[in-house]
Ligand binder design. Structure first.
Ligand code: FE2
Length: 385
């Protein structure tokens, strides 16, 4: 299975085509609206190795919500819960279950980011807002993307505090070690039937992104189900948002299952990078993170053939990768190792991908079939295939 590039002439040229009206420095944080933030934070510390970082709640003067901020290397996650029944946070959780509300982007100028994107058609979520405390000030602004998900632009060049004004440092006596997760590699959104191209155009027009990889339902399918996916990237390649849409198949695809249970479009998975996937996955498994079942032995027998010349570069032991259920793929530039968790909440919605890139810049197209068959085995158990 080959990944289709929209243009023939290499990724650098494609990235150059991206518009520079919205320079993005990286992913700033990902905020989840959840039913119980205290317990969610504990799970992410214990299972995934995140560290306590910041907190805001009743003790800091908030009346309506509590937020726990966790950090692991460059990844910042915020878990927010409502403290009363009239909160929009509670409404969000009632409709979607636990899920991603905010994909925050780190910018040099949050006012300009808001002006440029709303001028190009984005619906405003939050007008540029200055927040201050004794450590300085931040400016944040926000726009809606698919479903009820939002992008918040964070300008923090005049801030020296630990997270954002209004938060206090969270010191805990319980500090499980890191599992080696380094940064957010990409975040995938699921959108409804026929909506993928609308959102591709939205990311192009409103955010200045480019579509650098596309997969159609002939490439992403199993015997039973299919989906389509287009990968959007900003100009420096630091922010990558693949967008999935379901496609007709004999049975219900994983994207339809997601849309049914999330009750609309939303973030499907967060891919986090590691430098040593074998060590990371061993630790995650020991700490109780559940992964999709491994592909059959024949998948691993075919790896040398699939990797071709990249096989010589591969430092990892194939038997070890098989034991841990890690998938392997390659493109012209190198190979990558990846594995997917089961959904991390009871509704079959958000899950995680752990990825180690060894030169490859793709998304594991060669693994799609094995991966989706594994997801279908889970759907079968849930009665949602
Ligand atoms: Fe992914």
């Amino acid at each position: 299975m080959k990944e289709v590039k929209n243009v023939e002439y290499g990724l650098e040229k494609i990235f150059e085509a991206a518009q520079d009206f919205l320079p993005l420095l990286g992913t700033d944080y990902v905020e989840f609206y959840v039913g119980n933030a205290k317990q969610a934070a504990h799970y992410y510390k214990t299972a995934f190795g995140f560290q306590s970082y910041a907190y805001a709640g009743l003790e800091t003067g908030l009346k309506d919500r509590a937020s726990y901020v966790l950090k692991q290397n460059k990844i910042t996650l915020v878990f927010t819960t409502a403290l009363n029944s009239s909160s929009p946070i509670g409404e969000h959780v009632k409709k979607h279950g636990d899920g991603v509300k905010v994909i925050a982007l780190w910018v040099e100028d949050a006012r300009k980011s808001w002006e440029e994107t709303t001028k190009r058609g984005a619906k405003s979520y939050m007008e540029p807002t200055v927040e201050k405390d004794e450590h300085g000030e931040t400016v944040r602004s926000g726009i809606y993307t698919y479903g009820e998900t939002v992008h918040i632009f964070v300008e923090r060049k005049n801030y020296k505090g630990c997270f954002l004004p209004g938060y206090v440092e969270w010191k805990s006596d319980y500090n499980p070690s890191s599992t080696g997760l380094k940064f957010v590699d990409h975040m995938v959104g699921n959108v409804g039937w026929g909506e993928m191209n609308t959102w591709v155009k939205w990311y192009e027009d409103v955010m200045g992104f480019v579509n650098f990889l596309s997969f159609d339902d002939k490439q992403i399918h199993t015997e039973y189900s299919a989906l389509m996916s287009k990968v959007m990237s900003n100009g420096n390649g630091r922010i990558k948002f693949p967008i999935n849409e379901p496609a007709e198949g004999k049975k219900r695809s994983q994207i339809e299952e997601y849309l049914d249970f999330y009750e609309g479009p939303g973030a499907q998975h967060i891919a986090v990078a590691t430098d040593d996937i074998i060590s990371t996955v061993k630790q995650l498994r020991e700490r109780g993170v559940e992964f999709l079942s491994a592909p059959p032995h024949t998948y691993y027998e075919e790896v040398p053939m699939r990797l071709g010349s990249h096989m010589k570069m591969m430092k990892e032991d194939l038997n070890e990768l098989e034991k841990l259920g890690i998938l392997i793929d390659a493109d012209e530039e190198g190979y990558l190792l990846q594995i997917f968790t089961k959904p991390v909440e009871d509704r079959p919605t958000l899950f995680y991908e752990i990825i180690q890139r060894m030169g490859a810049r793709g998304f594991g197209a060669g693994n799609f079939k094995a991966l989706f068959e594994s997801i279908e085995r889970e759907q079968e158990k849930r009665g949602t295939l």
